[in-house]
Write a protein that binds this ligand. Structure first.
Ligand code: MUC
Ligand code: MG
Length: 367
């Protein structure tokens, strides 16, 4: 099962409704489809979503680093030699979604070769995940209307509310309005994408008392080291590290340094191999994990669900698996569906990603 060719295909699909948050906004899914071909005719498929405001990757940089650096390093290796592949990729720092797409495409090959869904190879715990929906910045009445629509249409009852605005009272108002409209049966948590200082975060958390939040994520930058520790030591709920804990070493630093008390795992940035390391690290340390979203399309969502459903610990909380609902279209031949607040994994071998050739032809940017 030698790797003989790696293809990188840029595609662009507009969002029906852009997602806005403290560190940026997404209007178009400018992702990269990554195909890894083997000499036995098996092809692994995954997608890399550039998030320039988070990791500095762009569609162009992902294609360049894979085509010019990573592909030449892994050509000739077997798809079974995942450790050797990672060793090569990890010589280069950063570029997390480029590396992860390659890792997940290799797992797709393994699943296809074993005629088994990847989720079963990873752990096989469950065939589904509860879904959490991200509510981006908008006037409060629109945020409430969106959450009500998503609850009524898809049965979703967990919402991550984007916060980190100035003044923070806009976010307090939104969270209070969401709780009032949705009642006590829904779960609400907040994500600041580093928009506040430690003191602003503390003020906002105090003003949100009684809202009944489950978690608070990245309210202030991890590089404000002492301020963040101060905040986390006073935070009334687990404080989730997302973009500050993107690999095992960072997870250790954030948790042991008192700068986080829970971890967001995103397969888009740690693939399956490193996500599994992070998950086991968190289990060993006794901290909760959330399956986060790098604002994934349907391919990325399928990957995240395959990983989340595979492990007991990651099924405990709802996973962020609904961003694709806001896209105008996608590449999968059989679109994903969410019903009763749940997304099911695919039963086909590998990741079950079947690309619709007509859609790919329509949205690819390289022809
Ligand atoms: C999230 O959880 O922060 C927004 C920026 C990013 O890197 O991921 C998204 C969602
Ligand atoms: Mg986040």
């Amino acid at each position: 099962m030698k790797i003989v060719r790696v293809e990188t295909i840029p595609f662009s699909i507009p969002y029906k409704k852009p997602l806005k948050f403290a560190s940026g906004e997404v209007h178009t899914a400018d992702h990269v489809l990554v195909l890894v071909h083997t000499d036995e005719g098996l092809t692994g498929v995954a997608e890399a979503p550039p998030r320039p405001y988070t990791y500095g990757e762009t569609q162009e940089s992902i294609i360049a680093v894979i085509d010019k650096i990573f592909a030449p390093q892994i050509l000739g290796l077997s798809a079974l030699e995942r450790e050797a592949v990672l060793e090569k990729l990890d010589r280069t720092v950063a570029n997390p979604t480029a590396k992860s797409a390659l890792d997940m495409a290799l797992w797709d090959i393994l699943g296809k070769a074993a005629n088994t869904p990847v989720t079963q190879l990873l752990g096989g715990y469950s065939d589904r995940m509860r879904v959490s929906h991200m509510v981006g910045f908008a006037p409060t009445d629109q945020m409430v209307a969106e959450a009500e629509r998503v609850r009524d249409t898809y049965g979703i009852t967990t919402f991550k509310v984007k916060v980190g605005r100035h003044p923070y009272t806009d976010d307090v108002e939104a969270c209070r309005a969401l709780r009032k409209a949705l009642g006590d049966d829904v779960e609400l948590y907040i994500d600041g994408n580093r928009g506040w200082t430690a003191s602003e975060s503390a003020m906002a958390l105090r003003a949100m008392e009684g809202v009944g939040l489950t978690f608070a994520e990245e309210l202030c930058p991890a590089d404000d080291v002492l301020g963040r520790r101060w905040l986390v030591s006073r935070c009334p709920v687990p404080f989730v590290a997302d973009e500050s804990a993107t690999r095992p070493g960072e997870v250790t630093r954030e948790l042991l340094g008192g700068s986080a008390t829970a971890i967001s795992i995103k397969t888009a940035r740690t693939g399956f191999t490193t996500s599994q390391r992070v998950l086991h690290q968190c289990e060993g340390l006794g901290v909760e994990v959330l399956m986060g979203s790098q604002i994934d399309g349907q391919i990325g969502t399928l990957c995240s669900a395959a990983f989340g459903a595979a492990h007991q610990t990651s099924t405990r909380r709802a996973g962020e698996l609904s961003n694709f609902l806001d896209m105008s279209d996608d590449l999968l031949a059989e679109p994903l569906t969410i019903a009763d607040g749940t997304l099911r994994t695919r039963e086909s071998a590998g990741l079950g990603i079947e690309i619709d050739p007509k859609k790919l032809a329509r949205y690819r940017q390289d022809t």
